[in-house]
Design a protein around this ligand. Structure first.
Ligand code: B12
Ligand code: SF4
Ligand code: SF4
Length: 236
């Protein structure tokens, strides 16, 4: 019966260009709270894009076309809340005001992902080409209907050349942390840079998940969103 529910969830996600990105059982420290009065949350499923899977649906949405701010966050909010309502769960989002929901540690608990040498999470199939749009908390244990997570491989440790670490023109990943301002200044000021046109050069240097590389128009969308949000932070 519940197996069928997971299948329905998968189909619902897929209609929105999303995939289930694993799930985990909640503990008291997660402080997720109740789904509604008197009904506590027991498990969480994460949803996101694998490669450009969401682009078709998102780029045809009202949020993408209305020229207002943060279209992808607004789209995620609408789709996440509507799926949660239909499934009897409660949606949580990776964006909004700090403190942020801990999607990085939730992702590690869900699919056993590791942080890559660049900092972002690397996936055995999608490489660096994936992201999270929302999580949905359920009152039942949904994790037991998913494949067991694989904690076994450290992809970056097995990568001898580690090309990602030498491709950034301003060494934004030089000190083991991501130098956001150096990245921003470069993509804003360098007249002809492939990062704005095709996405982060360091990320593109990674050989993993090359079938899931974001489409050019999708990569350009993220880079221009990043540029305008960093303008507010560093220049305004
Ligand atoms: C804040 C934030 C940022 C900030 C970074 C803040 C800083 N360092 O000054 C900014 C806006 C710069 C940023 C940028 C990007 N981010 Co970001 N970010 C987040 C967010 C909302 C919160 C992280 C946080 O503060 N956690 C709390 C602190 C205490 O934990 P922490 O582990 O120390 O967090 C640090 C890292 O997460 C790091 N960080 C955040 N994003 C990125 C991206 C990269 C490439 C790296 C190396 C590090 C990094 O900065 C945080 C603060 O130091 C998370 C979503 C979430 N709710 O977790 C997404 C998230 C980590 N970001 C993500 C992504 C994809 C990006 C971008 C690559 C977006 C894009 N273009 O696709 C860009 C990088 C731009 C580029 N060069 O291409 C994804 C990562 C997915 C994955 N595969 O791992 C997440 C999970 C969002 C999502 N919806 O999936 N991000
Ligand atoms: S290039 Fe190698 S070290 Fe860098 S993120 Fe990809 S697998 Fe990891
Ligand atoms: S977008 Fe370009 S400048 Fe920014 S971190 Fe990636 S490679 Fe470096």
């Amino acid at each position: 019966m519940i197996d069928q529910k997971i299948d329905n969830i998968r189909q619902l996600a897929s209609r929105n260009g999303l995939v289930i990105r694993g799930g985990f059982l909640l503990v008291a420290d997660d402080e997720v709270g109740e789904i509604e009065a008197g009904i506590s949350a027991k498990s969480m499923l994460l949803f996101g894009n694998a490669g450009s899977s969401l682009w078709e649906v998102f780029s045809n949405s009202g949020e993408y076309q209305d020229s207002k701010q943060d279209p992808l966050d607004r789209w995620s909010e609408r789709v996440g809340n509507s799926m949660a309502k239909e499934l009897g769960g409660k949606a949580f989002f990776p964006f909004g005001d700090p403190p942020y929901q801990p999607f990085i540690s939730w992702a590690k608990r869900s699919e056993g992902l590791e942080s890559s040498r660049l900092g972002m999470l690397i996936h055995g199939q999608y490489g660096l080409w994936h992201a999270y749009r929302f999580g949905i908390a359920f009152s039942e244990d949904m994790q037991r209907f998913l494949e067991e997570k694989d904690d076994s491989s450290d992809i970056c440790a097995a990568c001898v050349e580690q090309p990602c670490l030498s491709r950034c023109p301003v060494t934004a990943f030089g000190e083991g942390e991501y130098d956001v301002e150096a990245c921003y200044r470069y993509i804003k000021e360098a007249a002809d840079n492939s990062c704005m046109d095709q996405g982060c050069a360091a990320r593109r240097a990674c050989p993993e998940g090359s079938d899931f590389l974001y489409r050019k128009v999708h990569a350009q969308f993220h880079m221009s969103q990043f540029l305008s949000s960093m303008k507010v932070r560093f220049d305004d």
